[in-house]
Design a protein around this ligand. Structure first.
Ligand code: CMP
Length: 225
């Protein structure tokens, strides 16, 4: 049999082929177009989503209706686990940033898998620890630093979540729109535009269409991280 597509999903890393084949029978594939709403805050939810291809933004609306981006997830990431575990409604909106393909797993099947294969549970906990660390950093960043630092920190986060490392550079192929970066950093689109231009002038980044290259990632992190 040809390689199981689930092989590239970090949650299922190290599982034997026969187990991956059993999981594959349980999942349903669905595609979303750019800007489609995949999950809505406050909806009831009992399914896990695994992003096979594409990227999504996790958002909430502030009291004055402004979109706040909590995170951006890319290839191989999962979402929808929180409602499965605590039985509450969806904690955030999930919106496709580009045309995306997901695998959907029912709550009961997912909980069964966690019981049968502790490796999946450990991978899930590792990823949840990383997300909590990110959220801690975001809270710290929002309260402590000025808008320019918050934008730089958002770029570092995008590099970590979506970037590809190549000889000291980090390439983000499909940079989210400036308004999305502004909503991650809690600032305006104009400030993001100004800051990107300033970073480009300093040679810290290069831009080609939707592609953003961080010229020397270590240096960038030293300066802003
Ligand atoms: P759930 O609450 O079921 O639906 C919305 C999903 O967004 C949630 O599960 C998580 O998978 C995801 N999510 C919510 N908050 C964050 C966050 N701070 N970072 C990353 N993902 C999140």
């Amino acid at each position: 049999m040809k390689d199981n597509v689930l092989k590239n999903i970090p949650l299922f890393a190290d599982l034997k082929d026969e187990i991956l084949e059993k999981i594959f029978v349980l999942v349903q594939k669905r595609v979303y177009k750019q800007n489609n709403i995949i999950l809505m805050e406050e909806d009831a939810g009992d399914t896990l989503f695994i992003l096979n291809k594409g990227s999504v933004k996790i958002t909430r609306l502030s009291d004055n209706g402004r979109e706040v981006i909590l995170s951006i997830l890319g290839d191989g990431d999962f979402f929808g686990e929180m409602s499965i575990f605590d039985g509450e409604s969806r904690s955030a909106n999930v919106i496709a940033l580009e045309d995306s393909e997901v695998f959907i797993l029912k709550r009961g099947d997912f909980l069964d898998l966690l019981e049968k294969h502790p490796k999946i549970a450990i991978a899930l906990l590792q990823e949840m620890a990383i997300r909590l660390r990110h959220s801690d950093q975001q809270i710290e960043g929002l309260s402590l630093s000025d808008a320019e630092n918050r934008i730089a920190m958002s770029i570092i986060r995008l590099a970590e979540d979506l970037g590809v490392i190549k000889m000291g550079q980090v390439i983000i192929n499909n940079l989210p729109f400036q308004q999305d970066i502004a909503n991650m950093a809690g600032t305006s689109r104009e400030t993001v535009s100004r800051m990107l231009k300033a970073l480009e002038r300093k040679g810290l980044i290069q831009r080609e269409g939707r592609k953003l290259i961080i010229t020397n990632y270590d240096e960038f992190v030293r300066e802003f991280g």
